[in-house]
Design a binder for this molecule. Structure first.
Ligand code: SAH
Ligand code: SF4
Ligand code: F3S
Length: 482
């Protein structure tokens, strides 16, 4: 895929090195925003619209950090002076949703001539989508990709000062820029990128094309960031990467993911460590050891299986077999008996037969997942699977999907039932959306628990008796044995 759009800023005096250059543009933008504020007699606002996975949500925190530094004030409505769409393209419906939203935002722009609309994220790494925005959605002012989100201030300055549309999408990442602002939503938990990109090229997946090759951050940069977070009151970190198990392989001084976990564990104040996502082919014995021994690494592993059919796994380029995956699960269960296991499954991959579906149902029964995300295969142009013959008709896929989901739900319910009556440590996260007298939190194994408590427990880890398993969540009671 060739999707490089050249763009260079002509502003003189801007430093050539990062992050100094972006700091410079943040100041320049701040001056312009300050001027506008005086003219209009009000604050200038921004509204983030984020789609897709945790990577995108993490990127949005960085974009929000820059926008706040510039002087914009965050609001919940798309009726704002700057709105960005951080897009996802992993499945077709993600794209459709974004274009639907763009259609409706046009009216806001008609009423507010100051409004700037930006699009970024994975969809913008696809040349045909950028062309579509360029030609069909002419009210979109700024377009950038996944490799240059750190340049938001520079791109915005160009747009604000010239009133031109700005397109800047890079085919490849150019190193990792550290030390730029970031704005976190929750005070006690945070996501931390440990690596970017993916080298696996599963045959159905667009991510390696839109996120580029695997790049690991240096362990010292990760540790410094987490130490800072801990000082700010963060107790739980989620280490993020498309395939965390291959973390550190491409560093000058290679470090394994298990070694990184041990380093993070030593950070005072951090009580829980989670990570996403693990590819089964790279899950090491060393990692299993850390999972078994650690007091901080959570009792939860998301281990996407995608299919239970060895034939389909091969066609998907997953590089493990059904038997290999089940052996890994057995090893994990033996070493960490209280581990909660979750997964991703794709239904309707090209060439899937009824027998293949039965293999998938069988692996769900054998692996006993605590929950699973099931997806209908979505054809992504540019991926090898999109060219495969035997694409499966929609009605057949839906029928298979429904049957699989029934089994997934049945097993998940049984798994949860096992914990009924036990006491678990819960990180209290928020006031329950449905019942404000209740608090919602998560167990180490990632299960959701609702329990009566004072909002002052939010951000703390408290013991909760799991009184009733309700399918995917628990109703609990604060334990008195504190
Ligand atoms: N890096 C992670 C997953 C990233 S995408 C991993 O390898 O596990 C999240 C999930 O989306 C995948 O696990 C897969 O189940 C699903 N997915 C990816 N591409 C898809 C496609 N073309 N159609 C349907 N589901 C897809
Ligand atoms: Fe996609 Fe596979 Fe990479 Fe996950 S490991 S992001 S499914 S290519
Ligand atoms: Fe979507 Fe990009 Fe994540 S395609 S799933 S937002 S890496």
């Amino acid at each position: 895929m060739n999707n490089h759009f050249e763009w260079t800023n002509t502003v003189e005096n801007a430093p050539a090195t990062e992050p100094e250059r972006q700091r410079y543009f943040m100041v320049k933008c701040r001056e312009l925003i300050e001027q506008k504020k005086q003219e209009l007699g009000r604050d200038l606002t921004f509204n983030p619209q984020t789609f897709g996975c945790q990577m995108n949500f993490k990127d949005s925190e960085k974009l929000n950090g820059i926008l706040e530094e510039i002087g914009y004030v965050k609001v919940d409505s798309e009726n704002a002076d700057f709105v960005y769409y951080n897009t996802c393209t992993v499945r077709e419906n993600a794209n459709i949703r974004v274009y639907g939203r763009l259609g409706s935002i046009k009216n806001y722009k008609k009423k507010n001539p100051e409004m700037i609309i930006a699009m970024c994220g994975c969809m913008m790494q696809e040349a045909e989508e950028v062309e579509k925005v360029k030609n069909t959605f002419r009210f979109v002012d700024v377009v950038f990709g996944t490799h240059n989100i750190y340049k938001l201030a520079e791109l915005l300055y160009e747009c604000l000062s010239t009133k031109h549309r700005v397109f800047d999408v890079w085919e490849k990442a150019e190193g990792i820029i550290e030390d730029l602002p970031s704005d976190r939503k929750i005070s006690f938990k945070a996501g931390v990128n440990i690596m970017y990109g993916c080298n696996n090229f599963c045959s159905y997946c667009i991510v390696p094309y839109v996120r580029g090759r695997e790049r690991s951050r240096k362990p010292e940069d990760i540790i410094t960031e987490i130490e800072k977070l801990a000082k700010e009151g963060v107790v739980e970190v989620m280490l993020l990467g498309q395939n965390v198990n291959s973390y550190g392989k491409n560093l000058e001084e290679p470090v394994t993911f298990a070694q990184l976990l041990r380093m993070v564990e030593k950070i005072e104040g951090i009580e829980r460590i989670r990570f996403m996502t693990s590819h089964p082919k790279d899950l090491s014995d060393e990692l299993i050891e850390v999972l078994a021994e650690s007091k901080k690494v959570c009792r939860h592993l998301h281990l996407p299986v995608q299919s239970g059919s060895t034939k389909l796994l091969k066609a998907m380029n997953r590089r493990y077999t059904k038997e290999g995956y089940l052996e890994l699960v057995a090893k994990l269960r033996k070493a960490v008996p209280d581990l909660s296991l979750t997964t991703d499954i794709i239904v309707g991959f090209p060439g899937e037969t009824e027998e293949d579906l039965q293999e998938t149902i069988d692996i769900v029964r054998q692996a006993r997942y605590d929950s699973a995300f099931t997806f209908i295969y979505s054809k992504r142009s540019g991926t090898p699977a999109a060219e495969m013959e035997n694409q499966i008709p929609e009605d057949v896929v839906h029928d298979r999907f429904d049957r699989l989901l029934k089994v997934v739900n049945e097993i998940a319910k049984e798994q949860n039932k096992k914990l009924e009556g036990t006491t678990g440590l819960v990180l209290a996260e928020a006031i329950d959306e449905k019942d404000p007298s209740m608090i919602t939190g998560r167990l180490s194994n990632n299960n959701v628990v609702h329990f009566k408590a004072d909002p002052s427990v939010i951000g703390k880890i408290v013991p909760v008796v799991l009184e009733e398993a309700k399918g995917f969540y628990f109703i609990g009671r604060l334990s008195e044995d504190v």
